[in-house]
Design a protein around this ligand. Sequence first.
Ligand code: SAM
Length: 276
Amino acid sequence: MGKLYICGTPIGNLEDVSIRLLKTLRKVDFIVCEDTRRTIKLLNHYKIKKPLISYHEHSKKEKEDYILGLLMEGNEIALVSDAGMPGISDPGENLVKRAIDAEIPVEVIPGPTAAVSALAVSGIDASSFVFVGFLPNKKGKRREEILKLKEEKRTMVFYESPHRLIETLKDMQEIWGEDRRIAVARELTKVYEEVIRASLKEAVSYFELNPPKGEFTLVIEGDKTEKEASLEEILREVKELIESGINRNEAFKIKAREYKLRKSDLYKSFIEKYDM
Ligand code: SAM
């Protein structure tokens, strides 16, 4: 049995490779990649010559069967995408799942990813975040998705293309409010790298003056508005959480944090009201 290596590759700067990545690319029998022209650039830079197999979003099941067959015959294969980590808004996920199902050893060679790099440089709370990736192309569906995330408390990370950026920012501004903080990370690790830290309103104005070019990752703070509710409503929400199966202590913790109350006060009122 061979082995499948999931390899992270640079998101721009070709020097963002690890020694282990280069060793792996040098030792494998094949490299499975998205666009051979992109991968050849990286390989040429490090003078690596390997047979390439193209595998992309529209690859058929037969292509996966062929790659899995090579692995079962004992070949070692590196899986790369055009940039960053395979499987993260990139092809690879299905191949990895099928390799795991077939009990083929799978190992990760970690590398750069635009989402985590943008989060790290954003200056926005990174203690807990949601990776959303690309929003739907169609306006209606996109707005629906943005609406669903209106009360998301955690920081959110999105990928966006330059020609949709302004429209997406405007939708976010309209649905989430103009003051929400955002970091727009553009062309990270490349010559024209820039990070715009602003409110949604300021970001829209900036890009209307400076038409977006290049690759963009958006990091946006979660909903910070304080919810208002009567004690009665809060206690009912605690009860609903407990009834939905959430650990009792956790339910008090969640609601106390949400409404900025002391957990012990909430607990006391709850016992008085529900005697449970
Ligand atoms: N697999 C990749 C990863 O791990 O980051 C993401 C692939 S996805 C098809 C490509 C998107 O990632 C771009 O449209 C952009 O939103 C974001 N991206 C990639 N490189 C970037 C960079 N250098 N700076 C900012 N965003 C980038």
